[in-house]
Write a protein that binds this ligand. Structure first.
Ligand code: NAI
Length: 334
């Protein structure tokens, strides 16, 4: 099957190419730098499938254009599918597949890396020591042991993080409409969102972006948090209201902020913009805070995760070509 792989980088070529070769080179993968949207959809003119990533925009206009060509499958190489207009895809008879679980550990471990770095100010210490400044003022952290850790969205990634923080000796609170028994075996408990916000010293977001979770962290939620709380978002940018977060940082309500995702990241992340001026004033303001640590959507970026993403994506393509049905459909098929 001919597949137009959008937003592709060298690592996509490496991992998807290897997985395709392992599966007998069944598919013709055409790697494109462009992000998929209604304009660039024309690049998939003679492909049967497109393979987009997290910041491609597979909206109604893009889908209508793809359907008017020969595209019958959108095979996402991500877990999240908030960037696809699923109703239109269904209406047009375009199947949508994703990679539901490639390595929850990759994102959970990255969340923990942000927490540890922020708490002990590793980003500041690194720069200081290289300048010959060995003063400790401003680097004071706290023991994570004994702290209350709040997880919003205790699914695959949230539970992987719960297992990690159990090892740190934290009290674990979770908010999730779908409870799992394992949380209790880690000593954790489910609470209402308002209770988690009021009790947690560290809050980490791992819910998908849906109409219900959009801006779940807004001015009101921040006002309910403990003064000086650490907030971590590695899920999707729009789960938090970034302007409200900036107000929370300025007032000191939010003591430390770690982000791997950003509401308007589509204009920034995954590209080297180091010789350009950042035009996004909200993002630029975030960068001015010493107690904010931002990474550019790299939570998934481990060898294990990229291998799994590539293998599952190729398997989705092969199943669709062979049986007309993908393995991991969005929404899930019975
Ligand atoms: P998952 O589907 O296993 O878990 C999500 C959990 O959120 C589920 O248990 C669900 O019940 C819960 N949830 C849904 N609505 C909620 C609400 N209103 N409040 C609280 N919880 C709610 O998904 P997984 O694999 O754990 O991934 C979570 C998210 O992480 C993805 O949707 C994606 O946006 C993000 N992600 C980020 C990556 C990165 O590189 N930074 C990589 C992979 C995923």
């Amino acid at each position: 099957m001919k597949v137009a792989v959008f937003s592709s980088k060298a690592y996509d070529r490496t991992f998807l190419g290897a997985a395709n070769a392992m599966a007998g080179a069944k598919h013709e993968l055409v790697f494109l730098d462009a992000r998929l949207d209604c304009e660039s959809a024309a690049l998939a003119a003679d492909a049967e499938a497109v393979c987009p990533f997290v910041n491609d925009r597979i909206d109604r206009a893009a889908l209508i254009r793809l359907a008017g060509q020969s595209v019958r499958l959108v095979a996402l190489r991500s877990a999240g599918f908030n960037n696809v207009d699923l109703a239109t895809a269904q209406e047009l008879g375009i199947a949508v597949a994703h990679v539901p679980a490639y390595s929850p550990h990759a994102v959970a471990e990255h969340s923990m890396a942000l927490i540890l770095a922020l708490n002990r100010k590793i980003h500041r210490a690194y720069a200081r020591v290289r300048e010959g400044n060995f003063a400790l003022e401003g680097l004071l952290g706290f023991d994570i042991r004994g702290r209350t850790f709040g997880i919003i969205g205790a699914g695959r990634i949230g539970m992987a993080l719960a297992r990690i923080v159990q090892g740190f000796g934290c009290t674990i609170l979770a908010v999730d409409p779908v409870p799992v028994p394992e949380l209790a075996s880690l000593g954790g408990r489910y609470v209402a969102l308002s209770d988690l916000l009021a009790m947690a010293d560290i809050i980490s977001l791992h819910c998908p972006l849906t109409p219900e979770t959009k801006h779940i962290i807004d001015h009101d939620a921040i006002a309910r948090m403990k003064p000086g709380v650490m907030l971590i978002n590695t899920s999707r940018g729009a789960v938090v209201d970034t302007k409200a977060i900036i107000d929370g940082l300025k007032s000191g309500r939010i003591g430390q902020l770690g982000l791997d995702v950003y509401e308007e990241e589509g204009n920034l992340f995954f590209e080297d913009l180091s010789d350009q001026l950042i035009q996004d004033d909200v993002f630029a303001r975030l960068l001015t805070f010493p107690n904010v640590l931002i990474t550019g959507h790299q939570g998934f970026f481990t060898v294990e995760a990229l291998s799994a993403i590539a293998e599952v994506t190729i398997a989705n393509l092969t199943a669709f070509e062979t049986h007309g049905r993908v393995i991991h459909a969005v929404p899930p098929q019975g």
